[in-house]
Design a protein around this ligand. Structure first.
Ligand SMILES: [Zn+2]
Length: 246
């Protein structure tokens, strides 16, 4: 049975799932080549759930290899910058995730969960799509009718939830227990592959509970202030909200 929390991917222990604040660590190179580098331990988020992959560097032997992306193959494959030297198999390296980008993506990812929680609570509408960049994002909702003050109302409601400083908890549950959570059943049942034995849950306590494999901040105050930039019509029932974080 496959585990969604995936603390390992192939031969790589994924450190960022247990500690999303980790930015530097030691590792050993298991495989290397122009198409990618495999480490025994990595905190590079490989992308998924709408959150883009990390970038950063590997430091070794007095030089650095820039990591410009991460690919999920049989192993977790770190993509080196083509101009940089490659560490050999067995090398000890110091890995570092680019902090500013990752921290911004954690805030943005948690912000989208907060937004989804607020729209569901206030309008009963489900998410139909989305996209995130550091500190800016869009999210689409199945929402045929909205009030005239919708944009301002959403911005205010999100900022109230930021100020409330709700805890954001991560836990891993057996599949059957996870599926008993009402919000999970409403939004994610069809997205959970049938062979998953465990499900990672991201819980904005008292607001939103989702099956999710991303990296998140520890409480809603860390998301920062919301600005709803725009509400667009994307089809008869679809409303697209564009947001930015201060
Ligand atoms: Zn998510």
């Amino acid at each position: 049975m496959r585990r969604m929390n995936g603390e390992r991917h192939g031969r790589t222990h994924r450190l960022e799932l247990a500690d999303p604040t980790l930015r530097e660590w030691n590792a050993t190179v298991l495989d290397t080549g122009p198409e990618g580098i495999v480490l025994d331990r990595s905190a590079f988020y490989p992308g998924g759930g709408g959150q883009p992959p990390d970038n950063g560097v590997l430091l070794w032997g007095g030089v650095q290899t820039r990591i410009v992306g991460v690919r999920r193959g049989d192993d977790l494959i770190l993509q080196p910058h083509p101009d940089d030297p490659l560490p050999g198999v067995g090398s000890l390296v110091r890995g570092a995730v680019a902090d500013e980008r990752r921290t911004a993506l954690m805030r943005t990812h948690s912000g989208l969960h907060l937004l989804a929680g607020v729209v569901f609570r206030d309008f009963g509408a489900l998410v139909t799509g989305g996209n995130m960049e550091p500190l800016t994002a869009r999210m689409d909702f199945d929402l045929p009718d909205i009030p005239a003050d919708f944009k301002q109302r959403m911005e205010d409601a999100c900022n109230i939830e930021v100020s409330a400083d709700r805890r954001i908890d991560i836990r891993v549950l057996p599949r059957d227990d996870a599926l008993r959570i009402p919000d999970i059943i409403r939004t994610a049942t069809n997205l959970l592959p049938p062979d998953l034995s465990e499900v990672r849950i991201v819980d904005i306590v008292g607001l939103d509970t989702q099956a999710d494999g991303g990296t998140h901040v520890a409480s809603t105050k860390q998301i920062g202030r919301f600005e709803v930039l725009k509400v667009e019509n994307k089809g008869k029932a679809n409303r697209r909200l564009r947001i930015r974080l201060a």
